[in-house]
Design a protein around this ligand. Structure first.
Ligand SMILES: Cc1ncc(COP(=O)(O)O)c(C=O)c1O
Length: 342
């Protein structure tokens, strides 16, 4: 095989670089001091996403981690508890921020194959009103979760359960547009089943920075204070928000291309003898059980393919804006040739 001309980077959809058109939109952005509420582009982004999600207000934050943290700090007080899947990003991959900075106790529950805790488990995990127990305030779900779309029926039932028990529901919707595009539904069809939603612009949507937290006006008013407290108040952030507005206009429907490419790659890998489930969105996970992982990592590296080989049981491949049909073809051949190498 010839030496690769460029890297094909499947490690994450966060590795994309802003397109020229996006950079131009950033260059042209009207800006002001957003901590004083004077950046028109940030305000436009917040209002646009809030209305797309059917919520009253939005808040632009530097990252998904900070957006989820600010949501948790706003929903829960010291000593309160939130129920969360034990493989969820908010529990496992955000540095324990809610506990470290908010004295909020996570109550992790095993996740079922669909990507959320079992609804009976959730119901049983809610603490009775008793001075011995922490107060259960919130259920945190994630959609998409490890590339899977949470079924709408599950979300509807989870939200009804929360309302029956006086809990709030926060959705880590870092990739919620992948879910809506995969389901062929509107964003609101998903977000109506949550009180608050954190939506990332820097993943499949391809911006360099930023997430938007959406919810009620009162919630966002308090969240704005927590954003400042946690150091997330930004000044002329319209330059970044302009990338978000550009992405909402140009990069949502094209997520279907990422999903199609993930399916295409999965078909080739299955035919070549790799073990994996057909992807629902832009992520595929190759079962690493029977593979010589060290040899595969070295082979991929040698042939210009980057993949996340850090998982205990699998190798993760993520398609995104910077991966085209030719890249899929080339990567598929690299994986096939690993199987048939001498
Ligand atoms: C599901 C999910 N939620 C939240 C985040 C955090 O986003 P950020 O990296 O912007 O902090 C990530 C990051 O990959 C994620 O995958």
């Amino acid at each position: 095989m010839n030496r690769p001309r460029h890297w094909i980077d499947f490690r994450s959809d966060t590795v994309t670089r802003p397109t020229l058109a996006m950079r131009q939109a950033m260059f042209d952005a009207e800006v002001g001091d957003d901590v004083w509420g004077e950046d028109p582009t940030v305000t436009q982004l917040e209002q646009t996403l809030a209305s797309m999600a059917g919520k009253a207000a939005g808040l632009f934050l530097p990252s998904g981690t900070q957006s989820n943290l600010v949501a948790l700090l706003t929903h829960c007080g010291r000593g309160d508890e939130f129920i969360v899947g034990d493989q969820a990003h908010t529990y496992k991959y955000e540095g324990g921020g809610a506990a470290a900075l908010g004295s909020i106790q996570p109550h992790p529950l095993p996740m079922t194959a669909i990507g959320g805790p079992d609804l009976h488990d959730i119901e049983h995990a809610i603490r009775p009103d008793n001075i011995h127990f922490s107060r259960t305030r919130l259920l945190a779900l994630e959609n998409t979760v490890h590339g899977k779309v949470l079924p709408l029926d599950y979300m509807t039932r989870a939200y009804a359960l929360c309302q029956r028990h006086g809990l709030q529901l926060h959705l880590d919707g870092a990739r919620v547009f992948n879910a809506s595009v995969a389901l062929g539904c509107s964003l609101i069809d998903i977000t109506r089943n949550a009180d608050t939603v954190s939506i990332c612009l820097s993943k499949g949507l391809g911006t360099p920075v930023g997430s938007v937290l959406v919810g009620s006006s009162e919630f966002i008013h308090t969240a704005r204070r927590w954003r400042k407290v946690t150091g997330g108040g930004m000044r002329q952030a319209g330059i970044l928000a302009a990338a978000g507005l550009y992405a909402l206009e140009h990069h949502v429907q094209r997520l279907a291309d990422d999903h199609r490419r993930a399916r295409l790659l999965a078909e080739r890998l299955l035919r070549a003898g790799y073990i994996l489930e057909p992807p629902q969105t832009n992520m595929l996970f190759i079962d690493a059980g029977e593979l010589d992982r060290t040899a595969l990592s070295a082979w991929l590296h040698e042939h210009g393919v980057k993949a996340d080989c850090l998982g205990r049981d699998n190798i993760r491949l993520v398609t995104h804006l910077d991966i085209n049909d030719d890249d899929i073809e080339r990567a598929a051949r690299v994986f096939e040739q690993f199987r048939t190498r001498a």
